[in-house]
Design a protein around this ligand. Structure first.
Ligand SMILES: C[S@@+](CC[C@H](N)C(=O)[O-])C[C@H]1O[C@@H](n2cnc3c(N)ncnc32)[C@H](O)[C@@H]1O
Length: 263
């Protein structure tokens, strides 16, 4: 069986609502990503690759931070990146991270968020991306993972999160357990100074977080029903938790990891 194709799945850029979902993803996760970049000391003359750049907020942040350097934002589909004016030091490139390369040793920073977990072999992609780093350069990889569904006091909500993971595994080949393996994979790739931090997404108390999950569930609904993973009634009952003022639970955790090519 051939690997699932990202652009044919429920997260394809052309899917209704995907642009807004990516915008919310950025709003929720950019502060933690930028905090890691600040900690690493991203400098004005750095050359950076933002792989699987999506809507592009991080690529634009890097371009502003590196006025004497160069940032390349890549994606399978670059339409969202090109939808607003592109700064002079930002290059937008259609690029498949599983096949296309950058010159070895050419980058000070390579970043990928919510990308590698969707790929058929994330460890291979990490190895290849680490090869783009100059000696002393940093790679930052961020991916989400979930707490065990059985631990939730809201079984219907947990069942919906679980079903969405199964749908993504079928349509995109997504493996959300990958996130926990990133530091070990970085060490195996020969990277040093490996570190990790985690942002937990809390649902029920944050309008932006809830808006993001409502979008995820809306996009997943046709697939969940068509594959028999859930009925429309089960989905409605699970999503209704977000309208309950007493509801608070976690959805996923965004794991951020960094490592450095030895100098
Ligand atoms: C979930 S989105 C995350 C977007 C962005 N990194 C963020 O965190 O805001 C994943 C992005 O990776 C892109 N993508 C998926 N497979 C890819 C591949 N093989 N090569 C390059 N980009 C890919 C998708 O088109 C999409 O824009």
């Amino acid at each position: 069986m051939s690997d699932p194709v990202y652009q044919d799945g429920v997260l394809a850029h052309g899917t209704r609502g995907e642009r807004e979902r990516l915008r919310l993803l950025e709003q929720l996760n950019d502060p933690a990503t930028v905090a890691v970049f600040e900690q690493l000391g991203v400098a004005a003359d750095w050359h950076c690759v933002e792989a699987g750049a999506g809507h592009g907020s991080i690529a634009r942040w890097l371009a502003a931070r590196c006025p004497d350097g160069r940032v390349t934002a890549t994606d399978l589909d670059t339409a969202l990146l090109e939808a607003s004016p592109v700064p002079a030091n930002l290059t937008v490139a259609r690029h498949d991270v599983t096949r296309d390369d950058f010159p070895a040793g050419s980058q000070d920073l390579v970043h990928a968020r919510a990308l590698l977990g969707h790929l058929p072999d994330p460890e291979l992609a990490l190895d290849r991306m680490a090869g783009w780093l100059r000696p002393g350069g940093w790679i930052v990889v961020e991916d989400p993972t979930y707490l065990p569904a059985a631990a939730s006091p809201y079984p219907r909500f947990a069942e919906l999160l679980e079903a969405c993971q199964q749908l993504l595994a079928r349509t995109h080949g997504t493996d959300h357990s990958w996130a926990r393996r990133i530091p070990a994979a970085m060490a195996r790739a020969g990277l040093t100074d490996v570190g990790m931090t985690i942002r937990v997404a809390v649902c029920g108390t944050d309008d932006t977080e809830d808006a993001f999950w409502r979008r995820c569930f809306a996009q997943a609904t046709p697939g969940l029903i068509a594959t028999g993973l859930m009925t429309a009634e089960q989905i409605t009952a699970a999503v209704a938790h977000l309208d309950d003022p007493a509801f608070t639970d976690t959805a996923w955790m965004m794991v951020s990891c960094w490592g450095r090519r030895p100098a």
